[in-house]
Design a protein around this ligand. Sequence first.
Ligand code: FAD
Ligand code: MLT
Ligand code: ZN
Length: 488
Amino acid sequence: SETYSYVKRDEKYKKLTEQDIEHFRAILGKKGSLITDEVPSDLDFYNEDWMRKYKGQSKLVLKPTTTEQVSQIIKYCSEQNLAVCPQGGNTGLVGGSIPVFDEIILSVANLNKIRSFDDVSGILKCDAGVILENADNYIKDNGNYIFPLDLGAKGSCHVGGVVATNAGGLRLLRYGSLHGSVLGLEVVLPNGEILDSMHSLRKDNTGYDLKQLFIGSEGTIGIITGVSILCPPRPNAFHVSFLGVESYEMVQKVFQKAKNELGEILSAFEFMDKKSLQLTKSHISSPEPLEDEYPFYVLIETSGSNAEHDSAKLETFLSSAFEEELVLDGTVSSNESEAKNLWSWREMIPESSAAGGGVYKYDVSLPLKDLYSLVDAVNEKLEAAGLSSITDESKPVISAIGYGHVGDGNLHLNVAVRTYTKDVENCLEPFVYEFVSGKKGSVSAEHGLGFQKKNYIGYSKSDQEIKMIKQLKNIYDPKGILNPYKYV
Ligand code: FAD
Ligand code: MLT
Ligand code: ZN
């Protein structure tokens, strides 16, 4: 297809044979652990990404149930030069989780057991294919802990998948990056060897911290089969506030004030522009957070150990924000279902922005003061090119919207389109990447590079850094069988 016109299948990879399939069948044994093209539609879910933007042509999905099986599969693939695409929940947003050509899909979905949970230390050990929400529920029910990462895809994405992408999510502001909370990993290396590094130590300065290499490696250097992670106690009280704000300038002021005045109970600070909310409004039917429309909205979550104390603190913060005219309107949740509803207005933006046909996604880090200027610049560029209109259905672009994790300096620029076209893509790229690089930002804050951004790593990493990434890849995966055609 058009998307793949600039990459070609590398003929060094063997094409799958009946004997290979028989070999895998013997390893897996169980029925249902291996999906072939006998019924071609059975492969569809695994070959297509969440955005329905990328489509692979794999003829085989393997779903092992043990690390040992993963090891045997990968050892065979390495010997036979069979390329493999590791897959978790397939919610990734850069086309990294699906094959480009006929790579075998190795789904870890059936590696889905909780291995242990220590309710004194808060250390969870689980298989990589445990769904994030299931892990969170398990530790909630077994000691009142919380998974140190939350995101809109929690019902589908895997613990191993979020580690493989080093996902950031909605509470990074509070709990930090997975580079801090992951204590150990079990990984099947590209030659089939098992790296057992499932440690449970907070402090361990005995040589290179090898697990870090796999956090954010996007399936290019090993298959994560187990995760050991430190989970914080679950706060007893959550409050969510949704505010209408006049300008992006004011969003920053509210953020500064929230950090100072809500301090240790601030657990999320998210923002969205008016168009994000409008697109969401046309897609979901939940009660609207505020009566009127505002140029920007802020969602603040507090969580702490004492509901009364937290709510008094939030009330004081909000009344002074109104008095200082930083905020134009606002609401605070008074129970769990209201809190969930307010969160849904933020968490449903990704789905809503794709609902009109498709979406070009740019997930960037920028200095806070420049964060929103990219959205303005892109809207101007699209309009000048005559490509964009909210009402005129003959135009490919509906609108460019901006939302994201202000607290982490992470903007999501989403260009909602009626259809994907080369004109739109050429208008956006490399413009967006040049803009970000010009401001010393990152072209991927949290989604990774995958296939979509494979050619743009140079906007955020130096030649020396890229050289070392390639050297590491060559040491551990000299045959290049893991996730080829992606960013490394
Ligand atoms: P997949 O999509 O299956 O895979 C992602 C990448 O990791 C691929 O390159 C794949 O090859 C590799 N991979 C997966 N599992 C393994 C494994 N076990 N071993 C080795 N490699 C593996 N991201 C954020 O950072 N923050 C957000 O707030 C956020 N919100 C989202 C909201 C929605 C609605 C959606 C659809 C996505 C969101 N994401 C967000 C994207 C995010 O990258 C994924 O949701 C998540 O990190 C991917 O997990 P997954 O299990 O679906 O992995
Ligand atoms: C989010 O913050 O909602 C996610 O990263 C997903 C997205 O950007 O669409
Ligand atoms: Zn995000």
